[in-house]
Design a protein around this ligand. Structure first.
Ligand SMILES: *Cc1c(COP(=O)(O)O)cnc(C)c1O
Length: 377
């Protein structure tokens, strides 16, 4: 059994993907070819945002927004403590300070109360200027933007939606990548919308931000005269080949993959609730199920469950084994465990089960039955 079955998806979409790749090779426009423009237009429409600018990966997308907003030394950037490291590293890359914030253990997303407390603490210390909240749509479920936006307004902060794992999710029909002052996603192969290599995209509202991002992703090239470089950017573009692969995948995500993911998640939830803590999707929210993550009792039980499943040929993953505040790269910051009780508990208990749109009923039943066998031994 595969944890994330990309081969099954390829077989379902083979004709369109193969044709797309052949078209790109035939035309020879490997960099910023017409499929890149088409994808950007379709993504902007699909995510209900005015502009989409593609780039080389999700990490660059985060850094490009930091550059666009002029974030740097002396600025505080608030980031959920339980996320992939890139959500935090983007702030450090531009010289800003990362302030990890504890999570809500029910949704795994940033806790609004802990966020407000962290902002207040930063203001009272008086060294850093609070500037940005990075809210992550972890495991596919959008963060609580109603509360986050209120807090951002109160303290005059920018909101960045990190939807690297969240493409396809929504809140009351408002799509992921439509939240915050700017949003990003990643096309890393295992994300809900993945390509066959690295890729990413940025979503913004204004024509001016769109033009600046296009300059920043091409080494800061001039907007009117391309050989007069007006700012320092980076070289970060999405390959035309990847755009051609993403187009049929985007259509499949909308046509049936999201429904298939919901169905697979519902099967797990029905089989497992009561025996383990199953994921909570808030009312009105839709997850794109980048992961189906359960919570076990404690670290020994989680580790034994993982070993037992592995023995039975079932792959699982631990996302994430430690908080941002425990990463060696931040050792000099001396972040205190005392602010992160939920992160610490979840890191010890979380386990992600095999999850993808092509997971068969037979396979999901095998996963849940094996896990139940383990728990009832
Ligand atoms: C994957 C991921 C990123 C980075 O995306 P890459 O394309 O791998 O650079 C950023 N944030 C989160 C939450 C992610 O899961």
């Amino acid at each position: 059994m595969e944890f994330h079955d990309l081969k099954a998806q390829y077989l379902a979409l083979k004709t369109d993907i193969d044709q797309g790749i052949a078209d790109v090779i035939g035309k020879g426009h490997f960099i910023l070819g017409e499929q890149v423009t088409q994808l950007e237009e379709e993504l902007a429409k699909d995510a209900q945002r005015k502009h989409c600018v593609s780039c080389a990966n999700g990490t660059d997308a985060l850094v490009l927004l930091m550059m666009l907003w002029g974030i740097g030394a002396g600025d505080a950037v608030f980031v959920p403590n339980f996320t992939y490291f890139a959500s935090a590293v983007c702030a450090a890359t531009v010289g800003a300070s990362v302030i990890p914030v504890d999570i809500d253990p029910a949704t795994f997303n940033i806790c609004p109360d802990a966020l407000e407390a962290a902002i207040e603490r930063t203001i009272s210390v008086g060294v850093l200027r609070p500037r940005v909240i990075i809210a992550v749509d972890l495991f596919g479920q959008p963060a609580n933007y109603a509360r986050i936006d209120q807090i951002a307004k109160k303290y005059e902060l920018l909101v960045l939606e990190d939807a690297a794992q969240g493409y396809g999710g929504s809140i009351h029909g408002k799509q992921a990548c439509a939240f915050g002052d700017g949003a990003i996603t990643s096309f890393f192969p295992a994300k809900p919308l993945g390509c066959y290599g690295d890729g990413g995209a940025i979503f913004v509202d204004s024509d001016e931000e769109d033009a600046l991002l296009r300059s920043l992703r091409s080494n800061g090239r001039g907007i009117t005269d391309k050989y007069d470089n007006q700012r320092f950017g980076m070289n970060s573009r999405l390959d035309t080949m990847q755009a051609a692969i993403l187009l049929p995948k985007l259509h499949a995500l909308r046509q049936y993959e999201l429904d298939a993911l919901d169905a697979a998640a519902a099967r797990y939830t029905k089989a497992l609730s009561g025996d383990v803590i199953v994921p909570t999707v808030l009312s009105g929210y839709r997850s794109s199920w980048a992961q189906y993550s359960i919570l076990l009792k404690d670290a020994p039980q989680r580790n034994a469950a993982q070993a037992y499943l592995k023995q039975q040929g079932i792959p699982t993953m631990i996302y994430y084994p430690r908080g941002i505040h425990q990463q060696t790269a931040f050792i000099d910051q001396h972040f205190s465990d005392a602010h992160y009780p939920n992160t610490l508990s979840v890191c010890e208990r979380v386990l992600a089960l095999p999850m993808h749109p092509y997971l068969t009923e037979q396979d999901s039943a095998c996963v849940s039955n094996t896990l139940l066998d383990f728990l009832r031994r």
